[in-house]
Design a protein around this ligand. Structure first.
Ligand SMILES: Nc1ncnc2c1ncn2[C@@H]1O[C@H](COP(=O)(O)OP(=O)(O)OP(=O)(O)O)[C@@H](O)[C@H]1O
Ligand SMILES: [Mg+2]
Length: 353
């Protein structure tokens, strides 16, 4: 059990301005997320300078809404937790400075949080619909997001051993890039999932990069294969017709083939890792964990192996403040503190081998 705590959590590492109040690292009292997705869709991706300015614009209204929803007083709050990295420096600094101000004005400890630890600890947020109340150690966690793809072993809270990671692109990055190649809207992940669900044929097969029996991942070859296939799609007469001429049916089939390739590798490696370390649960997190096919496939495999899968509901897989509050409660209880000189750490890692 975590000591009783109310954590005010701030997340601004990428393109979501998010503030939450979380009780005991699991119960969500408020969780407000202002997404910049629609704004970045126009440019087809995130422009860091634009993202930082949007955080500045939204952080006070997001706080006001979260604070009103939580119904807490400052006497109830144990600490202010904030994402210190990894992420975009300019974006991180907005949240960090906002959190510092709150901590200073209200005399609360400031707890720095690794964004990836947040994605992982989303699995501890209360959800009465799942098989087990919370993850059981030892566990294997697969974190798949826009910037990261890795497998870690946890034998206790806040202790990580890296089993494997991507050697090139993150899974989410591959979804976003291939989505663009298919002419789908940004971000590519949800768009590919929606397109693939419409596929009536499943005969597009893209390569899988197994990288031997390691737990590492590689998605750049898959991206290149998808690019090549899309570029050489023909009109039946051997003439390249390009992405703009792909029919909706063909886009669906290609999206399905791509998604299958990513999911197959992720699920196979996660389950092999779980068996190898004798895991008592498997945790799935990060934005790509919002993918229904990945969730269902890993759940089925884990069930077959007799290991419960713990995966947050989709809205808690993509960036949010509640996950930072969940990790924040653990870090606060463990004594992690930052001074008012806390700086952004854009490349902060989570774990070592
Ligand atoms: N349903 C989905 N299927 C596949 N991918 C998805 C889905 N929903 C979101 N994603 C992908 O998740 C990624 C966003 O996840 P997240 O918000 O965790 O990333 P991030 O915070 O930008 O990166 P990181 O957490 O590595 O710093 C995007 O690449 C997006 O395409
Ligand atoms: Mg993220």
């Amino acid at each position: 059990m975590t000591p009783r705590s109310l954590i005010l959590a701030v997340e601004s590492s990428c393109d979501e301005t998010a503030i939450a109040v979380v009780e005991d690292g699991s119960r969500i009292l408020a969780n407000v997320v202002a997404s910049q997705v629609a704004m970045h869709a126009a440019s087809g991706g995130i422009v860091p300078e634009v993202a930082a300015r949007a955080h500045l614009r939204w952080i006070v209204p997001v706080f006001d809404e979260a604070w009103a929803a939580a119904g807490a007083t400052w006497d109830d709050i144990s600490a202010v937790a904030v994402t210190e990295g990894p992420g975009l420096a300019g974006s991180l600094l907005v949240g960090i400075n906002f959190a510092k101000t709150l901590a200073y004005v209200h005399g609360k400890p400031l707890v720095p949080i690794n964004h990836l630890e947040g994605h992982l600890y989303a699995a501890w947020l209360a959800d009465e619909t799942r098989e087990v109340a919370e993850p059981i150690f030892p566990l294997v966690a697969l974190i798949v997001s826009g910037g990261h793809t890795f497998l870690v072993e946890m034998r206790d809270h806040l202790q990580y051993r890296l089993l494997g990671e991507t050697v090139d692109d993150a899974a989410g990055e591959a979804f976003d890039k291939v989505g663009r190649l298919l002419g789908l809207p940004y971000p590519g992940g949800p768009a590919i999932m929606a397109a693939a669900a419409e596929a009536t044929r499943h005969d597009v097969v893209f390569p899988r990069a197994w990288l031997g029996d390691t737990f590492d991942f590689s998605f750049s070859g898959l991206k290149t294969a998808a690019r090549r296939t899309i570029a050489t799609e023909t009109d039946g007469h051997g003439t390249a017709i390009g992405e703009s001429a792909l029919t909706a049916d063909r886009v669906a089939e290609l999206a399905d083939g791509f998604q299958e390739s990513v999911v197959d590798v992720l699920v196979t490696k996660a389950l092999r890792a779980a068996r190898q370390i004798g895991a008592k649960s498997v945790v799935l997190g990060g934005g790509v964990a919002a993918n229904r096919v990945l969730r269902d496939r890993l759940a089925a495999g884990a069930r077959g192996a007799g290991i419960p899968l713990v995966v947050p509901r989709p809205a808690l897989c993509t960036d949010n403040g509640a996950m930072i509050g969940a990790a924040g409660a653990r870090r606060w209880a463990a004594g992690s503190r930052a001074g008012l000189d806390l700086d952004a750490r854009p490349s902060l890692p989570l774990a070592r081998r």
